[in-house]
Design a protein around this ligand. Structure first.
Ligand SMILES: *[C@@H]1O[C@H](CO)[C@@H](O)[C@H](O)[C@H]1NC(C)=O
Ligand SMILES: *[C@@H]1O[C@H](CO)[C@@H](O)[C@H](O)[C@H]1NC(C)=O
Ligand SMILES: *[C@@H]1O[C@H](CO)[C@@H](O)[C@H](O)[C@H]1NC(C)=O
Ligand SMILES: *[C@@H]1O[C@H](CO)[C@@H](O)[C@H](O)[C@H]1NC(C)=O
Ligand SMILES: *[C@@H]1O[C@H](CO)[C@@H](O)[C@H](O)[C@H]1NC(C)=O
Length: 419
């Protein structure tokens, strides 16, 4: 049990006075400052409801420095997240060659998601997390739809997003297997393979097809964007991340360059293997035609330069704890994938708060305090869970909605342009 020595804190009157003054100043500022005009931006470092406004990054990620703190063989998830949250000055570095400017003259940062069926509140949640975090002057999300809404503007969850952000930031696109696979001789013979093997997994396939054709970054529909992706996106490398503690890829997050060596190699190998794009096959494809076999010790040095396998915390901060591989103390201190849907507190969710029954979840659950440092949060399926307003996902949803309707800034202190 943590024991806080209250007496020693109270004795430190200077600290108390300073804290009280900061709180008073913050309150006065909130009460007397004008409501922000649209498009106004709070300066980085501002404390907004107790949380620190982040500055937009202006460089690329130094993978070596990040992995020194984030390799799970020698670090804990919480140490990795703390490094990612606090040490941007150290790991965001100047790019060796110029990266795209964020304006309409340069190609946008392009994201993709594939969805089968009607658009639900969960897919809308992901789309909103994209709007809340990415720089909207230079970001676009392609939503690839199969057997989905014919009138997206009438969809209860996506209608407003369609009217407000399509086509500038979100493009809803109909997935057409034939048109896509006929577009590149790489897929020659696909019709025969598909008719012989009815089990080809579409969602595993689509991400490679669209990334090879258009380039960009694929995010599964159950992955929330938490931070500006540009430092990763513009780093010049193709990447994905690790499947929990296994040495396999999880392609729920996948960055590939259009028609690149890596994407062509994976696709051509998959074509030789019944169009099997299952994540556990990808490593074998990258090792094909090399002298290294998949069970030898130095496979990493062969697959990483082709498709960098980031560690789990960057995109999936709860996974190792969920799988009982690390006994993490996280913020929020959840235990398993189900917990983000729970409208009530999880025991010990806020280890620094003595008695949770003196609070209600909305007092303590704040969107900007959700796994700070991580670039994404992968919630792993759970498509049919109810989005209670007081569960963590509900808290995120409300933050997104109030940002989109112009009444609250995002984590970068920006207010959305009112239209
Ligand atoms: C992709 O690259 C290959 C060789 O690297 C080239 O032959 C092919 O024409 C390219 N395809 C497209 C669609 O640019
Ligand atoms: C790579 O290996 C496969 C067999 O795994 C073979 O069919 C293919 O022709 C090889 N490709 C190259 C470029 O050597
Ligand atoms: C926590 O607070 C509640 C309500 O204030 C009280 O009933 C309960 O006894 C407290 N529990 C502990 C462990 O202090
Ligand atoms: C939620 O996801 C977790 C992890 O995949 C799974 O164990 C659990 O059964 C799911 N719960 C529901 C209600 O879908
Ligand atoms: C903005 O959205 C929030 C959350 O849904 C809602 O509570 C609030 O009333 C909305 N405000 C306006 C001005 O539409």
């Amino acid at each position: 049990m943590a024991h806080i020595n209250l007496t020693s804190i109270i004795k430190n009157r200077y600290l108390i006075t300073t804290i009280v003054l900061i709180i008073i100043f913050d309150l006065l500022y909130t009460i007397f400052s004008d409501p922000p005009r649209s498009n106004e931006q709070l300066p980085p470092g501002t404390v907004q409801s107790g949380l620190i406004i982040r500055k937009r990054p202006d460089g690329i990620i130094d993978t070596g420095r990040v992995m020194k703190h984030c390799d799970m063989k020698s670090n804990l998830v919480e140490n990795c997240l703390e490094y990612l949250d606090k040490k941007e000055d150290e790991y965001i570095v100047n790019p060796p060659s110029p990266i795209p400017q964020c304006n309409e003259d340069e190609p946008p940062m392009l994201f993709h998601v594939f969805w089968r069926g009607m658009i639900t509140d969960k897919l809308a949640l992901q789309m909103k997390s994209f709007l809340y975090t990415q720089p909207l002057e230079c970001s676009k999300l392609y939503v690839w739809l199969q057997n989905s809404d014919t009138d997206i503007d009438l969809n209860p969850f996506a209608g407003n997003l369609y009217n407000k952000f399509s086509p500038k930031n979100i493009e809803f696109k109909k997935w057409d297997t034939k048109e896509q696979l006929d577009s590149d001789p790489l897929y020659n013979g696909w019709e025969g393979i598909m008719s012989r093997h009815g089990s080809v997994s579409f969602s595993d396939l689509v991400r490679f097809v669209v990334l090879n054709r258009y380039g960009g970054m694929y995010m599964d529909g159950d992955v929330l964007f938490l931070r500006d992706m540009r430092p990763l996106y513009n780093s010049g490398i193709d990447f994905s991340y690790k499947w929990s503690y296994k040495s396999e890829y999880n392609t729920a997050v996948l960055r590939l360059h259009a028609n690149g060596t890596t994407s062509r190699k994976i696709i051509s190998q998959a074509m030789l293997n019944k169009m099997n794009f299952h994540p556990f096959e990808i490593k074998n494809y990258l090792l094909a035609n090399t002298s290294v076999s998949s069970d030898s010790a130095n496979t990493k040095s062969v697959y990483n330069p082709q498709l960098y396998m980031y560690s789990v915390p960057l995109f999936d901060p709860l996974w190792l704890k969920n799988d009982h591989r690390q006994n993490n103390n996280l913020s929020p201190n959840l235990n398993g994938m189900d917990d983000v849907w729970d409208p009530n507190f999880i025991p010990n969710e806020f280890p620094n708060v003595g008695n949770l029954s003196n609070y209600s979840p909305l007092d303590l659950r704040k969107a900007d305090n959700f796994f700070r440092g991580a670039y994404a949060y992968h919630w792993h399926n759970n498509w049919s869970r109810k989005l209670f307003p007081t569960c963590w996902m509900g808290v995120m949803n409300t933050a997104y909605d109030t940002f989109i309707n112009g009444t609250r800034p995002n984590i970068y202190g920006e207010y959305i342009q009112s239209s």
